[in-house]
Design a protein around this ligand. Sequence first.
Ligand code: SAH
Length: 229
Amino acid sequence: MHFFISEEVRGDKLVLKEEEAKHFRVRRIGKNETFGVIYEGKIYLCRALKIEKKEILCEIIDELSVKIPEKKITLYQCVTVELKTVDFIIRQATELGLHRFVPVISERSFRKKEAIVKRKEKWKRIVREAMKQSGRAHPVIIEEPVYLEDINPVHEENILLDNFTDGMRVRDINLSSKDFGVVVGPEGGFSKREGKLLREKGFKSVLLEPYTLRTETASISILSILINC
Ligand code: SAH
């Protein structure tokens, strides 16, 4: 099914505007076809009543069930030197069901805070696109960047993806937990000092077997495991 995002309700109809209206017309959806419209955390089955250049008026036929993952995961992702890699992680993580994304500035990460703050608009756009792709009703919450020193083990289960320490294996994580924080390093990994600092704070090192992964592979793999187990 095709999904669109609406920000406006008019009477008992939903309205698609600007980018969404354009996206709708590109898909060449006819008046007798149905599609999904995401509006304020809900998804409606709709049909187009009026298709205009700048606006699509949608009649609501039914309310569809919204799927929300049982596990709330916050990803503390050290911002990669290649910012495009973070774009990729956010897209895939939205599809997988990530709850919250925190960009982290670490010793070997991309370090220009201003540029990261600016990138947030793009990340929000990517989240919207991925929501439509996957029929997800709630956006990923994207936080402001923080320094690695300032992150704390505030979740029920606090994980540090760490390819240097002989840490826990995935099967040893408390998978019945509903609230996870996961920290993942940038392309160059964490420094020894950073690994020690996070472990001392209470993050538990987890080793994904058997190889060393790219940061994006590591982030996406752990999300997929935690959400589906
Ligand atoms: N250049 C580093 C690799 C960094 S990989 C090196 O030579 O070792 C980037 C990040 O992905 C790591 O900091 C870690 O958070 C995560 N990662 C990659 N492979 C992993 C694995 N096998 N187990 C746990 N974390 C891993």
